[in-house]
Design a protein around this ligand. Structure first.
Ligand SMILES: Cc1cc2nc3c(=O)[nH]c(=O)nc-3n(C[C@H](O)[C@H](O)[C@H](O)COP(=O)(O)O)c2cc1C
Length: 401
């Protein structure tokens, strides 16, 4: 593998409030190693420290849910109570002295959640519109008596406030440098942007402007709470997971997301430039690779958005990393997000710098709850063993001081 030391990947760059020594980013990667009560764990602390050490770049956390009424995955992070937020403080406190920076991704599930989980928690199953993601979801909703319904305006105020509070707590109490709003992969905020999941007839649906309105209100609220330079947004113009229609949507992604991104650029021109926009590349949908004969050219976004860009999606594949080189080489504002190879290469930055081989990731261990297997068992380059006791221990809650 060729060394990338001489490319822009190893040129320092300022992103929001932090200056990074390289442009390699840990892309958000859900790993479900929280406790059953969603508290961050000592295993997560170790996972992030391993990647912060000798790094100097940016780590983005796995998606963290803002409140129970937007849904969550079992064993995933949630930011709803002081205990949950403080459990992350230990992690940010450990990342910073290692010379690295850390953003948190905040998210909701909406119609992508499990109707039974909502019911068990005493919450309605609600989304921008009452359009089920799958027949299965509809069947479960009917069975448990928790039918999908459209968010009321009151619901929307609550959901927005929860995003804003989660963002504020993440910066003020948990010590994150940046908050990334997850408006991609057909998670909750993305469901507002797409016609397939948003057919509201009020001011939050119907036209591109209306479909963008709620997400932009959340962006504005988060800017107000933590500052524009600590706010970031992730979008996926070509998503095909969770009901995303990519180029087959009735409204072209270029038009749909062109408007949305232009609104973010408009804010930037008015003195509120976000820390970055993260673009999921067309070859990836959620955590799956898609093989399509036609790969859209996604460079048009650079024409609209003039700030920092992180591109993520299959960029560490291919001999000599041609796509990565193309992106970091064009302009002087693009960073590269890596998810899967960062799980199996804690020292990814060092490997890319020196041209060392990358260890293949192990998909079946991505989401193994209550174990460190596949989570803390990836050695650095040149180290062939890990401590055996890691396998016999389970993630434990990070206690509050
Ligand atoms: C196990 C796994 C978990 C993921 N979790 C998230 C997540 O929490 N939030 C998100 O926006 N994307 C998530 N993704 C998508 C990644 O951020 C990334 O866009 C995708 O994996 C492609 O990048 P890669 O080729 O570097 O793996 C996940 C991907 C994987 C493989």
């Amino acid at each position: 593998m060729s060394s990338l030391a001489e490319t822009n990947l190893f040129k320092p760059i300022k992103v929001g409030p932090v200056t990074l020594t390289n442009r390699v980013v840990l892309a958000p990667t859900t790993r479900l190693r929280n406790t059953e009560t969603l508290v961050a764990t000592d295993s997560m602390l170790e996972f992030y420290i391993e990647r912060a050490r000798n790094n100097g770049g940016l780590l983005i956390s796995e998606g963290a849910f803002t409140s129970p009424d937007v849904g969550s995955f079992p064993f995933a992070p949630m930011l709803y109570t002081a205990e949950l937020v403080f459990s992350w403080k230990k992690i940010t406190d450990a990342v910073h002295p290692n010379g690295s920076s850390i953003a948190i991704q905040i998210a909701g599930l909406g119609r992508a959640g499990d109707p039974k989980d909502f019911k068990d928690g005493g919450f309605p199953f609600a989304a921008p519109s009452a359009i089920y993601l799958t027949e299965d979801s509809k069947e479960v909703a009917e069975k448990v008596g928790n039918l999908l319904r459209e968010f009321t305006i009151d619901d929307l105020h609550r959901v927005k406030d929860d995003f804003i509070s989660a963002a504020k707590r993440s910066v003020d109490r948990a010590g994150f440098d940046i908050v990334e709003l997850h408006a991609a992969n057909m998670f909750l905020l993305n469901q507002f942007l797409e016609e397939a999941s948003n057919q509201r007839t009020d001011q939050y649906g119907g036209s591109i402007e209306n479909r963008s309105r709620f997400v932009l209100e959340v962006v504005d609220g988060v800017i107000e709470a933590v500052g524009a330079d600590r706010t970031a947004v992730r979008i996926s113009r070509y998503c095909r997971s969770q009901g995303g229609e990519s180029v087959d949507a009735k409204v072209s992604p270029i038009v749909n997301y062109g408007y949305f991104v232009n609104e973010l650029e408009r804010r930037a021109k008015n003195g509120k430039r976000l820390a970055y926009l993260l673009f999921v590349e067309p070859r990836v949908s959620g955590d799956n690779i898609i093989e399509e004969s036609y790969v859209p050219d996604s460079s048009w976004l650079n024409e609209i958005w003039k700030g920092i860009i992180i591109r993520s999606g299959n960029l560490l594949h291919g001999d000599g990393y041609p796509l990565l080189r193309k992106y970091v080489g064009s302009g002087d504002r693009t960073l590269i997000g890596s998810s899967r190879y960062y799980t199996s290469n804690p020292d990814l930055v060092n490997r890319l710098k020196n041209g060392y081989f990358l260890t293949q990731y192990d998909g079946p261990t991505f989401y193994r709850v209550m174990t460190n297997e596949g989570y803390l068992t990836s050695p650095n380059c040149g180290e062939t063993v890990y401590k055996q006791e890691i396998l016999s221990s389970v993630p434990k809650p990070l206690a509050q001081d």
